[in-house]
Design a protein around this ligand. Structure first.
Ligand code: CO
Length: 330
């Protein structure tokens, strides 16, 4: 069986020092419920029930073996980004989590590749934490797709992305902090509609905000969840760029021009969606991702990529591991 590289997984440490000084009344902590189960708490609020696959390398490796995964990129869980706090508070929390991530991956350094988090609301602190993490063994960075009302085209974020490009550091963009409203707080509407829209907006902001025009072409950036709703609506953006050029933004070229500038993961759960994605962004721009170990992830990992009849063996090999090898520099 092909050995997959899974570009999109998350970890949570099994507890961490008290961060209530940094996090205030909504500070994250972990309520341990058993050897295998815990509840992520935000102050007094139950945030998410998790299992030991979040922190236990042995459990992760067993699941990887079962699914034919050779390597995982192990990224933070976005709920811990803390971009809404001061840069100093967020940086202290990032340092704690980033160091704990290194402990989690330590048993299998050739199979578990850690990505760090940074206090993206403060560019200088974000660059400093990235450099500290790279020196300690992190291999990339996961960022949230926005910082409050600022999108990826805001000056500070672009400076950080350029810093990553200068160092050849791969960036994984994950949607988070979705809008809340009575309409979105029902069912799982934040996850099912707002999350894909968030990622779509992030790519749009890099295109129409002119980021791809001015940032280094060496930037390696990957968007989660197949790029959200971007691929399906590229034609709508293209039409708007030509038809409403008076209001559309500052990109030099129409959106389709920038398709070679970013990657997406494959976790779209449907062969028809994967086909559209590969046709749209290109077979060298899609990488297997799963969202392991969370329940909205794909198991077995890479199932749709493996079973999609439209992929020939050459293209499938790119998506299962070759694109990721280039993206990660391994
Ligand atoms: Co995820």
């Amino acid at each position: 069986m092909t050995s997959l590289i899974d570009i999109h997984t998350h970890y949570v440490p099994r507890g961490w020092p008290d961060v209530s000084a940094e996090g205030g009344p909504e500070a994250p902590w972990l309520r341990i419920e058993s050897e295998r189960e815990a509840m992520i708490m935000m102050g007094t609020r139950e945030f998410r029930r998790i299992q030991s696959d979040c922190w236990d390398a042995g459990v992760r490796l067993a699941d990887m073996d079962a699914d034919g995964v050779g390597i995982q990129v192990v990224s933070p869980t976005p709920g811990f980004f803390n971009y809404g706090r001061t840069g100093e508070q967020s940086a202290r929390i990032a340092r704690i989590f980033n160091d704990l991530a290194l402990d989690i991956v330590a048993p299998a350094p050739d199979r578990l590749i850690p990505f760090c988090q940074v206090p993206l609301q403060d560019t200088d602190l974000a660059c400093a934490e990235l450099d500290r993490c790279l020196a300690n063994g992190h291999r990339g960075v996961e960022i949230g797709n926005h910082v409050g009302d600022r999108d990826l085209d805001s000056e500070g974020v672009v400076t950080f992305l350029q810093h990553c490009a200068d160092r050849g550091v791969p960036v994984f963009v994950h949607p988070w902090d979705m809008a809340s409203s009575p309409r979105l707080d029902r069912w799982m509407a934040q996850w099912l509609t707002a999350m894909p829209a968030e990622t779509h907006l992030s790519i749009l902001s890099m295109v129409l905000g002119g980021v791809f025009d001015r940032i280094d072409e060496r930037l390696k950036i990957c968007f989660a969840h197949g790029g959200g709703s971007f691929a399906f609506w590229l034609g709508r953006m293209e039409n708007a760029w030509h038809g409403r050029n008076d209001v559309i933004g500052t990109s030099q070229f129409p959106p389709s021009h920038y398709l070679g500038r970013f990657h997406v993961d494959s976790v779209v759960f449907d062969e028809r969606a994967l086909r559209l994605l590969v046709d749209t962004v290109g077979p060298d721009r899609v990488m297997v991702g799963s969202d392991y170990p969370y329940p909205l992830g794909e198991r077995p990992v890479g199932e749709v990529v493996r079973k999609s009849d439209f992929l020939d063996d050459t293209t499938r090999a790119r998506i299962t591991h070759e694109n990721a090898q280039a993206f990660l520099g391994i």
